[in-house]
Design a protein around this ligand. Structure first.
Ligand code: GLV
Ligand code: MN
Ligand code: MN
Length: 422
């Protein structure tokens, strides 16, 4: 046994029913008729979910604060000042999202704080839970604007003019959300923690297939996002000969075909997605003069990410001719490898608590990607039923959520007390 007695006691104090009750309560904010969740970042649903979380935290006497990226922090004080141990995730969801992606890590963090309190423990360092703003990028693209602003990976002002599909500005939505909780203490961006550990559902099939309870996550594959805008000419669908058209939809079709060729991979490691398409004027009997689409391209190998990613613009431009194409990169993150010591601490904590565990890289990106640029970072995964995520049927069993939270609570205690060093 390498975890401390205190860590064990914290893990044993995790209350699986309370955690599940809070998960199901949060799923009411943005609930979809099909059982999923649609909680766009900085929307009324997100604001109401935040208010609920703040209420739970304040009822326990934790200190709640917010930074100007609307990242929300819940602090359980330590015996001494100085950088905290941070855990958490995000509260926004995909439009056709589920009840666990992101929110599981926030509520697992809160449950860990409550378990540590109920076990009667003090810790040297403070432990904080964070709910990062806009991890998903489903409303304002790119994702992870909260954790990028916080970690210094990007200038927060560079996100101000992002617009959602209704033309709402990110900066305005941020201010509106901040104005809903004016009583909260504010804190500066940054404030690097001593370590960051994020609990998350796996969002893939591996743990379930292997009938394992926990993964200690080794890193996150690289990702590049682009916004493409193709401009042609609108015209009458019934009268304009095809040869005379500059049809933006046809150009987009050729561009996506060219990208499929560029991204072809017999080993099926490349991830390439066009997930959003917008057309103007969007009328059945008018040739489109605008077509916009997004590209999400991921790979664990930096060289592949560079080579193929750097070829995207040229491939799109050529294929779109005679229409004009603009390709704007919106996100570029290298593949990330979490440091061995912190991955090993999580793996060992899982073993000591008698959970089955493996190591696993993450195909999805997470706020941990940006945390890892400023402090030792790792993640804990728990199984996803049928490997489903970004899907209304996303499900992780109560006992799996509780197991992940027990590993989290133990890890946080030992990091906060210096029993585990990273
Ligand atoms: C995160 O939601 C991702 O798309 O990987
Ligand atoms: Mn997530
Ligand atoms: Mn997600």
């Amino acid at each position: 046994m390498t975890i401390s007695d205190d860590a064990l006691r914290a893990a044993q104090a995790v209350n699986a029913e309370r955690l599940w009750g809070r998960l199901m309560r949060m799923a009411e904010f943005g609930a979809r008729p099909d059982g999923g969740v649609d909680r766009p970042c900085l929307s009324a649903e997100d604001q109401n979910a935040r208010a609920e979380l703040i209420g739970w935290a304040e009822a326990r006497g934790y200190q709640v604060s917010v930074d100007r990226a609307a990242n929300l922090f819940i602090r359980r004080a330590g015996r001494r000042d100085g950088p905290a141990i941070l855990t958490g995730s995000h509260m926004d969801s995909q439009p056709k999202g589920g009840r666990f992606d992101g929110i599981g890590g926030v509520l697992g963090g809160l449950e860990a704080l409550d378990a540590i309190s109920e076990a009667g423990l003090e810790t040297d360092r403070a432990i904080e839970v964070v709910a990062f703003t806009n991890e998903e990028g489903g409303r304002f693209s790119p994702g992870c604007t909260g954790s990028m602003s916080w970690s210094g990976a990007r200038d927060p002002a560079s996100f101000d003019d992002l617009e959602d599909e209704n033309g709402a500005r990110y900066a305005d939505a941020l201010n509106e959300t901040l104005s809903k909780a004016p009583e909260l203490a504010t804190r500066p961006l940054g404030d690097a923690p001593a370590a960051y550990v994020e609990l998350h559902i796996e969002q893939g099939p591996v743990l379930e297939e292997k009938a394992l309870q926990i993964a200690a996550v080794t890193g996150i594959q690289g990702v590049r996002w682009y916004d493409v805008e193709i401009t042609g000419d609108t015209a009458h669908a019934g009268t304009t000969p095809l040869a005379l058209r500059r049809d933006a939809v046809q150009a987009m079709h050729r561009a996506i075909a060219a990208l499929n060729a560029l991204m072809a991979d017999p080993d099926d490691v490349v991830r390439f997605t066009v997930g959003r398409i917008e057309v103007e004027p969007n009328s059945p009997n008018a040739v489109a003069d605008k077509a916009r689409f997004t590209i999400d391209f991921r790979h664990p190998d930096r060289a592949v990410l560079e080579q193929r990613g750097n070829a995207v613009e040229e491939a799109v431009r050529k294929a779109a001719e005679p229409c004009r194409a603009e390709v704007r990169p919106s996100l570029f993150s290298d593949p990330t490898h979490f440091p061995e010591p912190i991955v090993a601490i999580i793996e060992q904590a899982a073993r000591d608590l008698d959970f089955s565990v493996m190591r696993l890289p993450s195909g999805a990106f997470h706020d941990a990607l940006f945390a890892s640029q400023i402090c030792p970072t790792a993640m804990i995964f728990v199984p996803s039923r049928n490997g489903l995520s970004h899907h209304p049927d996303e499900y992780t069993a109560p006992e799996h959520m509780a197991a992940g939270t027990q590993v989290l609570a133990a890890t946080l205690v030992d990091l906060a007390n210096g029993n585990a060093t990273v």
